[in-house]
Design a protein around this ligand. Structure first.
Ligand SMILES: C[S@@+](CC[C@H](N)C(=O)[O-])C[C@H]1O[C@@H](n2cnc3c(N)ncnc32)[C@H](O)[C@@H]1O
Length: 489
């Protein structure tokens, strides 16, 4: 395995001393701890910064799986203490017998664990994994799909949270912010006795040259269970004043508790079912670009087919625009709803059928199991809503989310790809009112109180289906229009 892959396997991003020193200075009186452990200490940045801040070596301990790092870390720390204190021992975190009794004294666990997921490790056939991977007790499909994908730092910190729960010990770790959120939900779901939870954002690009939202996650054991876990969030420029409180309400994590509590009456469920755009997993074949009056596919091949199954389309990048440009891309939409037979295309549009056959290696070779046992050239995320003349749509991919009104193009419905979500309407009036309600300040504030902008897909169908438009109409003083337009009581 190359050095580069080895670094991935062990999540080997050593913390710059400037950052580890900053972290330690921000922790307040850490001398109150009897023992301070850096459990995946690498070259020992945190131990070195602790020593430089005069924490006696008797209180310090380091564990590291890599024997070379273990030796190098000891060399550096011994030099600092001008004696062979050898604080670091070679230890695999996953081999440790985690028994609470071992950590009776007030202990601080500190550091920066490996940021690598079990699926990444799976691809490397790595053994650097905990024995029992399904620690969230997922069942059936959930255990098989992405939901069972976890970051090993999540596993490690859950172990430490279970150890400090109910004690006066604490943890302080540099981790991905998405992992920190999962830990908050784990604390709440498992009623751990933990408080003083905070997220201090860091600039991971600057410190580790990685484009991911990361933070210093801190928590302390306590002798009671919080009713609805709370977490103070600080931005990277100001670790003194939190800019919001994140937390769990009714077993759901919200990103800004104060705003959410004022607007939670909107969290009543959408009257309309949000739907995702068309999924075909073959954009080079199924998405065409118009050049003059000629269509061309993603392989730069001219495509001469009937227009029966060809629809103007928008992708996320289009929806993000202030004013929607006329569509220049088109999609071959082979079905009206999921599971529809497709053979009839051969009679209605033989050129289209021929084109699909010519590209059948790509289309029949699509990896996702959803295409198995489905009619040939199937698509998903399709139904009557796809062909509604007026839509309100939003991209799932962008941090600064905005809704868009999508109408007809040359009297044909405009379809969306699977990075977008939509509501479909028969009339312009309905779409206009819904667009106005969703674009209102109160709706933006509500979404901001529940959205996590560092997620790969900040906006999801699940999030959108929480928004009750009637409640927004009342807040925005448009309840009259709402009742008149939708005859909903
Ligand atoms: C992100 S680095 C951080 C190192 C150090 N804590 C720092 O902040 O500079 C993670 C370290 O964890 C070590 N590591 C990875 N898997 C481990 C395991 N199962 N047990 C112990 N250490 C491990 C890696 O070798 C690497 O040195």
């Amino acid at each position: 395995m190359t050095e580069k892959l080895k670094k991935v396997e062990f999540g080997d991003f050593q913390t710059p001393l400037a950052l580890s020193s900053n972290v330690i200075s921000s922790l307040g009186d850490i001398n109150s701890y009897e023992l301070i452990i850096e459990p995946t200490c690498g070259l020992g940045s945190f131990l070195i910064s602790l020593a430089q801040q005069s924490i006696p070596h008797e209180k310090l301990e380091g564990w590291e799986i890599n024997p070379i790092y273990t030796e190098e870390a000891n060399k550096r720390i011994n030099k600092l203490f001008e004696q062979d204190v050898n604080l670091v021992k070679q230890q695999d975190f996953f081999e440790i017998e985690w028994d609470k009794g071992k950590f009776n004294g007030k202990t601080l666990f500190i550091g920066n664990p490996p940021w690598v997921t079990n699926s990444e490790l799976g691809k490397l056939s790595s053994q650097n994994l905990p024995e029992k991977a399904n620690f969230h007790g997922l069942k059936g499909l959930e255990a098989m799909t992405g939901k069972s994908n976890f970051d090993i730092s999540e596993w490690m910190l859950i172990k430490l949270l279970e150890i400090i729960s109910g004690s006066d010990s604490g943890i302080a770790f540099l981790i991905k912010t998405s992992v920190a959120r999962k830990l908050i939900q784990f604390i709440d779901k498992n009623n751990l006795s933990i408080n003083n939870i905070s997220i201090k954002e860091i600039d991971a690009k600057k410190h580790f040259d990685v484009s991911v939202d990361a933070c210093l996650f801190q928590a302390s054991g306590c002798d009671f269970q919080q009713n609805g876990v709370r977490c103070e969030v600080y931005n990277a420029q100001n670790w003194n004043e939190p800019y919001k409180i994140m937390g769990v309400v009714d077993s759901r994590l919200v990103s800004n508790i104060n705003d959410y509590i004022n607007l939670c009456h909107i969290d009543k469920g959408s009257e309309f079912k949000w739907r995702s755009g068309v999924k075909h997993d073959a954009s080079k074949v199924m998405e065409l670009t118009l050049h003059g009056d000629k269509l061309e596919n993603g392989n730069k091949e001219k495509v001469n087919i009937e227009r029966d199954f060809v629809y103007p389309m928008y992708k996320s990048s289009n929806l993000a625009k202030e004013i929607l440009p006329p569509p220049v891309k088109f999609m071959i939409v082979t079905q009206k709803k999921i599971g529809d037979e497709t053979n009839h295309i051969s009679t209605i549009a033989p050129l289209t059928w021929q084109y699909l056959i010519e590209n059948s290696e790509k289309l029949d070779g699509r990896k996702s199991s959803i295409y198995k046992n489905s009619p040939r050239f199937s698509i998903f995320g399709v139904g009557d809503y796809t062909f509604k003349p007026y839509k309100v749509a939003i991209s799932g991919m962008y941090k600064n989310f905005s809704f868009a009104k999508v109408g007809l193009f040359n009297d044909k419905a405009i379809v969306l790809d699977d990075t977008c979500y939509m509501l479909g309407f028969e009339t312009k009036e309905e779409a206009n009112l819904v667009y106005t309600l969703l674009s209102s300040e109160v709706c933006k504030k509500f979404i901001n109180s529940i959205v996590f902008t560092d997620n790969k897909r900040p906006i999801t169908v699940a999030l959108l289906n929480r928004i009750n438009l009637k409640e927004i109409a009342i807040e925005a003083g448009l309840d009259h229009e709402y009742v008149n337009t939708f005859n909903f009581e």
